[in-house]
Design a protein around this ligand. Sequence first.
Ligand SMILES: Nc1nc2c(ncn2[C@@H]2O[C@H](COP(=O)(O)OP(=O)(O)OP(=O)(O)O)[C@@H](O)[C@H]2O)c(=O)[nH]1
Ligand SMILES: [Mg+2]
Length: 242
Amino acid sequence: MKTTIVIPTYNEKENLPILLERIFGLNQNDLHILIVDDSSPDGTGELAEELKEKYAPYLDVFHRPVKNGLGRAYVEGFAVAINNGADIIGHMDADFSHPIEKIPAMIEAAVAGKVAVGSRYVKGGSVDEKWPIWRKALSRFGSFYSRTILGINLNDVTGGYKFWPRAMLAAIPMERIRSGGYVFQVEMNYLAYLLGAEFCEIPIYFAERVAGISKMSFKIQMEAAIQVWLLPSRYKDIRKRL
Ligand SMILES: Nc1nc2c(ncn2[C@@H]2O[C@H](COP(=O)(O)OP(=O)(O)OP(=O)(O)O)[C@@H](O)[C@H]2O)c(=O)[nH]1
Ligand SMILES: [Mg+2]
């Protein structure tokens, strides 16, 4: 079973070498990593090219000429991973927010045919204590709100740490996805749910990024809340088939 983990990067030069060392240090069988870099000004893309020699043939780098959103980076990365014959496609952030030691459990769930979701909001999961109270409250409320509006049976709807069985990911009509970063995850979950996916939530501790600065803001989360409302009408055709 070939697993490819898609890792989008933008200015992650400090994190990338340690991240790769730790993931490949798991010695997981047939595990590949695909870095999707948007021409990071700090040279993350060039560094990734250098690291390719060290980890060949398990490391690949996909360069995008301009930064045009995390959603598009995922979509293009997924297409490359599927084309390259991955049986399981995972994705995670490069900034150590997603615990590396959970990768084997995530793969195992995906091999069993489920969409594995790294979850902050199931028993055993949590978020960084350093998060300000507004961010904690909004994140938890965001998941509750999305779950209620969309009817998805998932506690963590907005997380970006997931592993997919190839067939499930390939079934998602990615060309219809409009939303970027935050809502992108909700939209993927919603489509998976509409297409009959079974989810498996694996508890994670979500650590705040150590290197680099956080861009998360109140405004981003408010925009997301509005977009979630629009999803059911956008996918009326698929909903009817339920
Ligand atoms: N290719 C690509 N990667 C991106 C882009 N924006 C963010 N990333 C990467 O996507 C992952 C998640 O982004 P983060 O910046 O950590 O987003 P976040 O966790 O919501 O916010 P932080 O609090 O800043 O960590 C990281 O690995 C980033 O380097 C982008 O536009 N293109
Ligand atoms: Mg982050």
